[in-house]
Write a protein that binds this ligand. Structure first.
Ligand SMILES: NC(=O)C1=CN([C@@H]2O[C@H](COP(=O)(O)OP(=O)(O)OC[C@H]3O[C@@H](n4cnc5c(N)ncnc54)[C@H](OP(=O)(O)O)[C@@H]3O)[C@@H](O)[C@H]2O)[C@@H](O)CC1
Ligand SMILES: [K+]
Length: 624
């Protein structure tokens, strides 16, 4: 799934309209219909008592974000799900997101999907038709067992709602194309029997182009309209709100009536469905201006916007569903879009990773590579142990842990699968003279990981420079090794093999020479520019870790759990990435797949606890 900036989105719009000849009004119609379908899907979920998307957004499982794709896609209260295919949506009951040959990308009709046949290639679908009947009404067990019963007809069920009479939605319309999308949605809701009132943020006469056409069509259908500031408006007196105030054409903090409507919508307690992005959000950076809509659902049009993946914007967007509006998906790649959501499909098709982690029947420990880890000190022995154990669990054949010799008695037996290589330290710490010994050990290793629990020591810059320049395999640099780099001017250091840097935001701030808040302001943009400028693979850790390559590609990961904010989780990631590198994955593959697996294991580990706050780094290793 491609992730775009507002500028890239505008270029893709232009390309579609001007080169392909698809009229702008057609795109807007598709956008309006998609928004209406998602509103109806939300009404159905609410009718069914699913509190997953209440007012104020947020997912039901305490933080796992969900992104759906396809028609009427919806996720099940926080479980991440990816739907693909003609009628593919992330169905209400799909839980097939495990990395695996068929995992995570099974298509199926979402609740309220358009077809009784055709969808449902995956087992376990719990989709329902317009009347709320599960597919099981026709075929026990669902899935491909559904048989046509002679002649039958199905209707446009995604745009019908049995309990429409109980609903009254307000459509907050700005004067740009985002407002036009909302006005088109209003007509479809009205068709579904839902009461709708338009609330214009600006005088309706100020709308132009396609938005003006939508205004006139809505008026011709007799949809009631009020103008904010001229007519009385009570945003609490409704059952839901469509936010079509500001989209990708907005700049800066919302002004005037826009700001007042956003604040009132948030205060109303009603669920808000945002068109394209929550109004008040910076579509690129994820910065939330004051005020910013807090959506229950964001119906993102055509391509995922970077701002919806980056916090705090990701927190304001609620459940994000990306809907096709007629812009060919291939255009994004063709026009050089460089950022992707890290899904199992992207891992398989773009990164060519064997996500099944298949083992060869003839394989032996030599088949799966050998990691050398230079890590640990007396004060921080656990970091090295965590990295080493994680590398083994990631599937590599052998791990040698180089450590200061004074540490040896304390770690012998802690992990019997490990090989320990004591180097002559000074009082349990590293010293500059150990570089030659580490280099010697690295000679027959498939990758070298440096940093967890390393500490700082005199001459550490020269020590790291030698390893950087002379090791003959890919390097993973973490923790204190990153701090050594931050204090050095390493741009002149030469390097023949790839380097992966794995900073958390604080370490990234030191590397880039900016504040941590500056790092978090636009993580995707920073990761892309840093990786390109320094010729490294950058893994910028944190919620929605970004993996950027020197060639200018970036991947944004959404596996993971808030419970993973615990000491040692980063050391585990370093081990996983190293373990994958040793098995022959290239640096981009190992970094991306490692981050993905780390998050997935964190989710599994969190689920095993009564309370995810109890999660510790070792649990992530055990869940791999
Ligand atoms: N193009 C297409 O083909 C398609 C586009 N699509 C849709 O269009 C959206 C982009 O539409 P857009 O470019 O018209 O911009 P939009 O977000 O509606 O806002 C512009 C208006 O907001 C105003 N404004 C700006 N900042 C402001 C502020 N801080 N506070 C207050 N007002 C502010 C600004 O007013 P001005 O400052 O110029 O007076 C202007 O009137 C996109 O997100 C998607 O939803 C889809 O239908 C697919 C096809
Ligand atoms: K909006």
């Amino acid at each position: 799934m491609d992730v775009v900036t507002a500028e890239e989105m505008r270029a893709l719009d232009r390309e579609t309209i001007e080169r392909l000849g698809i009229p702008a009004i057609a795109l807007m119609e598709n956008a309006g219909r998609a928004i209406a379908e998602e509103v109806i899907a939300l009404c159905r979920r609410r009718g069914a008592g699913d509190a997953g998307y209440g007012a104020g957004g947020g997912s039901a499982d305490g933080g796992t974000r969900s992104y759906g794709a396809g028609a009427a896609g919806s996720a099940d209260g926080g479980t991440r799900s990816y739907g693909v295919g003609a009628a593919g949506g992330a169905g209400g009951g799909l839980r097939s997101y495990k990395a695996g040959a068929a995992g995570g990308v099974a298509g199926g009709s979402g609740d309220g999907g358009t077809s009784s046949y055709g969808a449902g290639v995956a087992g376990g679908l719990e989709s329902a038709d317009a009347e709320g009947r599960g597919l099981g009404a026709w075929a026990a067990g669902g899935g491909p067992a559904i048989q046509p019963r002679g002649f039958s007809v199905s209707a446009d069920s995604a745009l019908t709602l049995a309990a429409a009479g109980a609903e009254h939605w307000l459509v907050l319309a700005g004067k740009g194309n985002n407002g036009g999308d909302g006005l088109a949605a209003a007509r479809h809701l009205r068709e579904a029997g839902i009461a709708v009132t338009l609330v214009y943020a600006a005088a309706p006469e100020s709308l132009a182009g396609e938005a003006a056409l939508q205004r006139d069509a809505a008026a011709a259908m007799g949809i009631p309209a009020v103008v904010y500031g001229r007519d009385a408006v009570d945003l609490a007196a409704c059952s839901g709100i469509i936010d079509a105030l500001l989209g990708t054409g907005s700049a800066g903090a919302p002004r005037g009536a826009y700001a007042e409507l956003i604040a009132a919508a948030n205060a109303s307690g009603n669920p808000i469905v945002s068109a394209d992005i929550p109004s008040g959000l910076d579509a690129d950076t994820g910065e939330t201006h004051e005020p910013c809509i807090h959506a229950a659902v964001t119906v993102c049009l055509a391509f995922l916007k970077r701002g919806l993946l980056q916090y705090p914007g990701a927190g304001a967007a609620g459940h994000v569903v990306v809907r096709s509006i007629g812009i060919p998906a291939a255009l994004a790649r063709e026009s050089g879009v460089r950022v992707s959501l890290l899904t199992p499909e992207v891992l398989r098709t773009r990164l060519q990773v064997d996500v099944s982690r298949r083992r060869s029947p003839e394989g032996h420990k030599g088949t799966y590579g050998h990691v050398l880890l230079a890590a640990g000190s007396l004060r921080m022995s656990g970091a090295g142990l965590l990295s080493a154990r994680a590398a083994l669990r990631a599937g590599c054949g052998l791990v040698t842990w180089a450590l200061p010799d004074k540490l040896l008695p304390y770690v012998i037996g802690c992990a019997p699968e490990l090989m320990l290589a004591p180097v002559a330290g000074s009082d349990g710490e590293w010293h500059a003279g150990t570089a030659a010994e580490v280099l010697r050990l690295s000679g027959s290793r498939d990758c070298v990981a440096i940093g967890p629990g390393l500490g700082r020591f005199e001459g550490d810059t020269e020590w790291l420079r030698r390893l950087w320049e002379e090791t003959d395999s890919p390097l993973v640099i973490d923790a204190d090794a990153l701090n050594i780099l931050a204090d050095a001017d390493y741009s002149a250091w030469s390097r023949r093999h790839p380097v992966i840097l794995t900073p958390h935001p604080g370490e990234m701030a030191r590397l880039a020479g900016i504040s941590t808040a500056g790092v978090q302001r636009d993580r995707i943009g920073l990761a892309l520019s840093y990786a390109a400028a320094h010729g490294v693979i950058l893994v910028l850790k944190g919620a929605h870790t970004v993996i950027a390559t020197p060639e200018g590609q970036a991947y944004v990961n959404i596996t993971g759990h808030p419970g993973m904010g615990t000491g040692g989780a980063g050391d585990v990631l370093t081990g996983i990435i190293s373990g994958l590198l040793a098995q022959g994955l290239d640096a981009a593959q190992a970094a991306a797949f490692g981050v993905y697996l780390h998050g997935l294991a964190g989710e599994h580990a969190a689920r095993k606890r009564d309370n995810p706050a109890a999660l510790i780094a070792g649990d992530i290793i055990e869940a791999l």
